[in-house]
Design a protein around this ligand. Structure first.
Ligand code: ADP
Ligand code: GN1
Ligand code: MG
Length: 355
């Protein structure tokens, strides 16, 4: 990374470069220069992204499109050019690097500290989707094909289970049974997408709370980050993935499953913000938001379990059973959502009625 950083047109000389943040995919570093300027340097994950240049074309197009609508520069990520004028640098090993201006005077949370924080993240993601409503979706590269195609995630899970390269399947029968017991409903959103019952929009697709920056002083939404998976998708994906992460009462990798539930209050808070910022959703889209929450959570659990079976190549892990722990929290959340299913639908109807 020391070599990579020298290829970007920074203000000043870099004096430090340290690993930064809690992302599971890219390698992220905070760079500080002798002028005090701060930057985010990232090496794209080759494992996750097979077409990093196509990905960067997406990010360039999206940041310039949203940047034109921004009032404060902190309302949009800003890429720093490399010495050759391109907005990324490819090193001798074929690794792709990029640099963003650090979004100053901001906070990025792993969990909401108060309901307003989660509300603001809903405003951020809803606004993002609205800002891209007229973006030419067909020009976007599909950076990870079939990203939220839950039946395809099942297919990959079954392949990993059949191969069982690490011999781990024998110890995770309850989790395998849980996945298979939910297979019939896993395709609910995909079917509605394929039939055109739900409109395709440009969506973020990775709407974790830690992919939003809030203003440190006002705690209002500033911008959405982590644009690597911006692709055509369903509104329910963005709503659902936010609920999966941000309405959970425990961390994604909590070992004590008794602590893990979906907070209906947080769910309602997010629904209010999202439907306010993204008022153009159709009735059918609104009705299917609870499905987004359930299926994004199920799918994420299936992905963690698949990675566990395959030997933890995709998500960064910090302990041997990290992906298994993550899968278990997701399945616990799905079970809790099933118990709260009627209320989840009623809340969307109530919030819609108030809007
Ligand atoms: P990953 O895809 O690995 O999740 P992210 O792009 O989300 O990578 O970055 C990881 C973390 O780095 C974020 O959660 C955030 O804390 C921080 N971060 C990323 N970009 C910026 C930025 N431009 N300014 C400040 N912090 C940032
Ligand atoms: C990854 O990149 P990050 O850490 O924000 C993943 C998401 C998962 C999430 C689970 C490109 O998100 O799809 O939901 O981990 N991103 C990619 O925490 O696969
Ligand atoms: Mg991220």
């Amino acid at each position: 990374m020391e070599n990579a950083i020298t290829h970007f047109a920074l203000a000043g000389m870099p004096i430090s470069c340290e690993p930064y943040g809690c992302g599971h995919i890219n390698s992220t570093f905070l760079v500080v220069t002798d002028t005090g300027r701060r930057y985010i340097l990232q090496k794209l994950s080759r494992n996750a992204f097979h077409d990093p240049k196509g990905l960067m074309e997406n990010v360039i197009a999206i940041t310039s499109y949203i940047g034109r609508q921004a009032v404060d520069p902190r309302q949009c990520l800003h890429l720093v050019p490399a010495e050759d004028g391109r907005l990324y640098y490819e090193d001798e090993q074929g690794e792709v690097w990029r640099v963003y201006d650090f979004v100053e005077d901001s906070i990025c949370l792993q969990a909401a500290e108060r309901p307003e924080d989660f509300y603001e993240s809903a405003i951020a993601f809803g606004t993002f989707q609205n800002q891209l409503a007229d973006f030419p979706a067909a020009t976007l590269h599909e950076t990870i094909p079939h990203f939220h195609d839950t039946p395809d995630r099942y297919r990959k899970f079954k392949e990993a289970l059949a191969a069982d390269v690490c011999g781990r399947a024998k110890d995770i029968q309850p989790e395998i049974d849980f996945v298979l017991a939910h297979e019939a409903e896993a395709g609910t959103l995909q079917r509605m997408r394929d039939s055109g019952e739900l409109p395709t929009r440009v969506t973020h697709n990775d709407t974790k709370l830690n992919n939003v920056m809030l203003d440190a002083a006002t705690r209002r939404a500033l911008c959405v980050i982590d644009l690597d998976t911006v692709m055509p998708g369903l509104a329910a994906y963005d709503f659902g993935d936010s609920i999966r992460f941000g309405a959970a009462t425990a961390a994604e990798d909590e070992k004590d499953l008794a602590k893990m539930e979906m907070s209906l209050d947080a769910y309602e808070t997010f629904a209010r913000g999202f439907l306010t910022a993204c008022a153009s959703l159709t009735d059918r889209e609104r009705e299917t938001l609870p499905w987004g929450a359930k299926l994004m959570t199920l799918e994420c659990g299936v992905r963690f379990l698949t990675d566990y079976l395959e030997g933890d190549h995709y998500f960064s892990i910090h302990r041997p059973e990290h992906n298994l722990d993550r899968a278990r929290t997701q399945f616990k959340l799905v079970t809790d959502m099933e118990e709260k299913w009627d209320q989840m639908g009623a809340i969307i109807r109530r919030v819609t009625g108030e809007n």
